[in-house]
Design a protein around this ligand. Structure first.
Ligand SMILES: Nc1ncnc2c1ncn2[C@@H]1O[C@H](COP(=O)(O)OP(=O)(O)OP(=O)(O)O)[C@@H](O)[C@H]1O
Ligand SMILES: [Mg+2]
Length: 481
């Protein structure tokens, strides 16, 4: 049990009326150091009013609030107290005329009177914590909703508050942006920050809440640890409200079966499948044409062509695909070229695949007997004609099995592109899991999808291989090394 001195916030018998209507009817609760409390309840219940009373953005009518034992309501210096209580709003409320860095820094320089260079350092550290250091120079209007909210969180964190109040921080966000904000909040909670969150994201509550407080019509109806509240709420009204929530946000108990996961996430996963297939198909086709060029240059070209293809192939094969993707996505902007995640992925996968396809094809070309070339030349064909009409048609047929392997390889490794933000299968799985916290089951679902895709395409290519094979000849297969 934590001691009395560990109580950061104590709210006692708080009342507030607007125009004669009582909104808060005697609210009492306390928050210990490092705790995360989640407040839920129907609209108009007074949740926002309660949070705003705590830092006196709204003046309560009666009651007591203590911040580490100090009276908040009778305090003469409310500005000092507000510095110690962070507030994150539903609609972000960033200062639109300031850059991201300035938004986070202004409280440090103007309120805490910290010297500018030191304030910049603190601000950048907090921006790094929410993953937005590289957006420091942008203005709020240039950010997505999820990024805005993460800046708002950094702005609160920079003031080094004793606790942070969150008022529905994700409810104004598009569904695909909710996960990134929740992940920042989960990291904060796990790092020991004291938090009071009004939110209906029950996956978040289940992951980090120490207590869930259910409020309705200005009173606390019931409170308890998440396991108890989800599995066995005492009051019928709580049960009813949680049921309604689970219809809206998906089932929240720890008992979601694999089929329920599939049922609630397949729409997102199918979106991911299209992106994955699109990336793979485009990349393998571009990689094929580039690969043929490289293989032919390396086998039949002059010295210059030979060395260009040789160096390109060796560089690509000697560096990890992930590094190639990072260079295209994160390093090209340094010289002013900014690619979208999909375009960067297609370029990285095409170039990578071209190098491998070139080598497989070269192997296939070399496996064709030299007599074929001699015979072609002997009937008067030019060298390029012989390559095009006699050598390549045979080599390409022998190349099909390695091409099948290459396709399967790319299909699986295109999952790397989630790292730069392309919404393929893995990115979608991560998004779904950040909502329902069923990581194992969601990733199992993703693995099954990959397996099914690989099997289907494997069979299709085997069929094609059989169709175009020249009777009595061998095929040639080489695998990635
Ligand atoms: N400044 C105000 N003047 C008059 N009435 C107000 C004011 N602010 C809030 N109210 C009323 O107080 C009640 C509680 O509002 P509050 O915003 O705290 O609810 P809430 O639980 O946060 O709801 P929601 O889930 O919709 O955000 C509502 O009926 C609202 O109309
Ligand atoms: Mg509200």
């Amino acid at each position: 049990m934590k001691e009395e001195k560990d109580i950061i916030l104590k709210v006692e018998d708080l009342h507030k009326s607007y125009n004669g209507a009582e909104i808060l009817k005697g609210i009492t609760f306390e928050v210990k150091r490092g705790e995360t409390k989640v407040i839920i309840g129907p609209s108009g219940t007074g949740k926002s009013t309660l949070l705003m009373c705590i830092n006196r953005l709204v003046e309560p009518d009666s009651g007591r609030i203590y911040l580490e034992g100090d009276e908040v309501l009778s305090s003469k210096n409310i500005h000092k107290i507000r510095q110690e209580i962070g507030f994150v709003f539903q609609h972000f409320n960033l200062f639109d005329h300031l850059t991201v860095l300035e938004n986070v820094r202004i409280g440090l320089t103007k309120v805490k009177k910290i010297e500018k260079s030191q304030a910049t350092e603190i601000a950048l550290k907090e921006l790094e914590r929410v993953g937005l250091k590289d957006k420091s120079d942008l203005y709020p209007a240039q950010l997505s909703g999820g990024q805005k909210q993460r800046v708002a969180i950094a702005r609160s964190l920079a003031m080094n508050p004793k606790l942070i109040l969150f008022d529905e921080p994700t409810s104004a966000l598009d569904p695909e942006l909710i996960g990134e904000v929740l992940n920042v909040m989960i990291d904060l909670a796990k790092s020991g920050m004291t938090m009071v969150c009004v939110t209906h994201e029950m996956g978040f509550a289940r992951a980090v809440a120490d207590e869930i407080i259910f409020m309705e019509k200005g009173v606390i109806v019931e409170k308890g640890p998440p396991e108890l509240m989800f599995k066995n709420p005492q009051k019928d009204r709580t049960k009813e409200f949680l049921n309604k929530l689970s219809q809206l946000y998906g089932k929240d108990e720890n008992t979601m079966s694999f089929f329920e996961i599939v049922g609630s996430s397949w729409v997102y996963m199918v979106e991911g499948i299209w992106v994955t297939l699109f990336l793979t198909l485009i990349s393998i086709v571009i990689g094929f044409f580039l690969g043929v060029l490289l293989a032919v240059s390396k086998t039949y070209g002059n010295k210059l062509f030979y060395y260009i293809s040789y160096v390109f192939i060796e560089i690509i094969r000697g560096t990890p695909l992930l590094v190639q993707l990072f260079i295209l996505y994160y390093s090209l902007p340094v010289i002013g070229i900014r690619l979208s995640p999909i375009l960067a992925s297609i370029m990285a996968f095409s170039l990578n695949s071209a190098a491998y396809q070139a080598e497989y094809l070269r192997g296939a070309i070399q496996s064709i007997s030299s007599g074929q070339m001699q015979a072609a030349l002997s009937i008067g064909m030019k060298k390029w004609q012989a390559i095009r009409l006699i050598i390549l048609p045979q080599a390409l047929r022998r190349f099909i099995p390695s091409w099948t392997n290459e396709f399967i390889y790319l299909l699986k490794y295109s999952s790397l592109s989630y790292i730069v933000g392309a919404p393929e299968i893995m990115a979608q799985a991560k998004f779904v899991a950040s909502r329902n916290f069923e990581f194992f089951q969601v990733y199992l679902f993703a693995a099954i999808i990959y397996f099914v895709l690989v099997t289907i395409f494997g069979e299709i290519f085997r069929f094609i291989e059989k169709k175009i094979k020249i009777p009595g000849t061998l095929t040639y297969a080489r695998n990635r090394i």
